[in-house]
Design a binder for this molecule. Structure first.
Ligand code: FES
Length: 509
């Protein structure tokens, strides 16, 4: 998205090239826009380092290096470092939640989220005000609430995520019926969260952005929402509009690549390069045409993955063992061995040629020894070879988001597994461990009363305020921010391992 004001232009997250092992492409296709012109901007805002927001190739070739980067306040300097490497030299370092006034009266505020589960250790939203018009590009960030933005006055345009951006539940080795049921639950939850944010901000106009991606490789084609599968987690903008209408929403605005909305305090007018309804009615044809056009791009990517000369076990040992040694919270949180079955293909199909275990309790990486494991991932050996070859320190922002794997697990979802594999560097590991340490202390502090129960005020998951997000039904408390459930009499988290909640039945007077 590009924001143009009389006091300057801001380009946000220009993503064009496929991300995550050639898996995700922007939908609808934006590669045919006039990027020379669009890239000639005053400011650049890259919300976070996920590769469907940070497109190095595109930033390098098409975005003016004269642009000043509006930088979120992140705990590590990785975003700035990577942008500097691409040739950007001018940086405006924002303070999270603080309004900054730029030339010509353009006001901006970036809210940086910094927990180990926010993006690749960091995700952010951009608030902009000029000439009395305010907008929030919430993007795919998930703040606990939008209070800080509300304090700054009525917002006219709210851009936010509504679709899925994860591998769950598609990659899990589950019967189809279970997968559909979980997918449907997830799809509903995504929409519920979106309605909640929309209701929090009450902007005049709501723009569904930041997703869904589309999948053009043959092996991933099934993930596109074109088969009438109610368990598909990637509904598109037209589905958003119809679901939004069901909850009474009438102020949704869909933008296609090339669409322009002119916004004032009291009006909006939008022009499109093509008829929007017709476009979505022909979605399948659009995707098929795109698939043919992008096939050489995927083929070229695939040709670069194999490095059979790499000793995968040795390289994983070298990278991961020192981190296991230092990890306290995450290693404990994972609590068991995690197995990688490596195949001779580019994904979970094909023959397993090597089986490696990352043993969290044993603090070791070693060959699989016919044991019970916490999680099992199955993927192409070539993908791991590639990660080692490019020295990738974040396997979530590469392997897992590619969806080119299958997974099985014993027990519930374990966020520490994914947190650990996004922290395969000293800097990130130390940061995440420190965050969990502080977090543990913070959740201990305060209580709140919900119905008949006195519970800790902050959700054991990501500290949401349960006096706002907690709903008690019988003995079960649900935190509505991410839908985690807790059994109050025992305190047990029903959604994920660990994360016990402190709860006590309130004594009746
Ligand atoms: S903060 Fe995520 S479920 Fe409560």
């Amino acid at each position: 998205m590009r924001i143009d004001t009389a006091a300057g232009s801001i380009l946000c997250d220009p993503w064009v090239n496929p991300a995550y092992f050639g898996s995700w492409f922007p939908f609808p296709d934006n590669s045919l826009l006039d990027w020379e012109t669009l890239g000639d901007v005053d400011y650049l805002y890259v919300s976070h380092l996920h590769r469907d927001h940070f497109d190095a190739e595109h930033l390098k070739h098409f975005i003016s290096k004269k642009a000043t980067v509006l930088l979120p306040e992140y705990p590590t300097s990785q975003l700035e470092d990577e942008l500097r490497e691409l040739g950007f030299t001018s940086f405006f370092k924002t303070k999270s939640d603080e309004v900054h006034e730029l030339d010509g009266g353009l006001k901006i505020m970036i809210q940086a989220l910094i927990s180990p589960t926010d993006g690749p250790i960091g995700d952010s939203s951009l608030w902009v005000e000029h000439d009395g018009v305010r907008m929030l590009n919430q993007n795919d960030a998930r703040p606990t609430d939008l209070t800080r933005f509300n304090e700054l006055g009525h917002v006219h345009a709210h851009m936010l995520q509504f679709s899925g951006a994860i591998w769950y539940p598609m990659v899990y080795e589950l019967p189809d019926a279970a997968k559909t049921a979980f997918g449907k639950q997830k799809r509903d939850r995504q929409f519920d969260r979106t309605w909640r944010y929309i209701d929090d901000l009450k902007a005049d106009h709501v723009f569904p952005i930041a997703g869904p991606p589309c999948f053009l490789d043959d092996s991933l084609w099934k993930f596109n929402d074109i088969f009438g599968d109610e368990g598909n987690i990637f509904p598109d903008q037209s589905v958003f509009i119809s679901e939004y209408a069901k909850v009474g929403g009438t102020n949704g605005v869909v933008l296609l690549p090339g669409s322009v909305s002119e916004l004032s305090e009291s009006s909006i007018s939008t022009t499109h390069p093509t008829d929007v309804d017709e476009f979505f009615a022909n979605k399948q044809a659009h995707l098929e045409e795109m698939r043919e056009r992008k096939a050489p791009v995927i083929a070229a990517e695939k040709a670069s993955w194999r490095h059979p000369e790499i000793d995968v076990l040795g390289a994983m040992k070298k990278r991961i063992e020192p981190l296991l040694e230092e990890s306290i919270y995450m290693a404990q949180g994972v609590g068991g061995p995690v197995r990688f079955d490596l195949t001779d293909s580019f994904g979970p199909d094909g023959n397993v040629v090597e089986s490696i275990v990352v043993d969290f309790p044993g603090k070791q990486v070693r060959p699989y020894a016919d044991e019970k494991v916490r999680y099992r991932f199955k993927t192409g050996r070539a993908l791991i070879e590639h990660l080692i070859h490019i020295d990738e320190g974040d396997w979530v922002n590469s392997l897992f988001l590619s969806c080119r794997f299958s997974a099985a697990r014993i027990g519930q979802y374990n966020e520490y597994v994914y947190a650990f594999f996004k922290c395969l560097s000293e800097e990130r590991l130390q940061y995440a461990e420190g965050w969990y340490d502080e977090h543990e202390k913070a959740v201990e502090a305060e209580d709140t009363v919900l119905g008949d129960w006195t519970v800790q005020r902050r959700c054991p998951h990501l500290k949401a305020d349960l006096s706002r997000f907690g709903i008690v039904d019988g003995n079960v408390l649900t935190c509505q921010l991410h839908g985690w459930k807790f059994d109050l009499p025992s305190g047990r988290c029903l959604t994920s391992v660990g994360h016990k909640i402190r709860a006590e039945k309130t004594e009746k007077a």
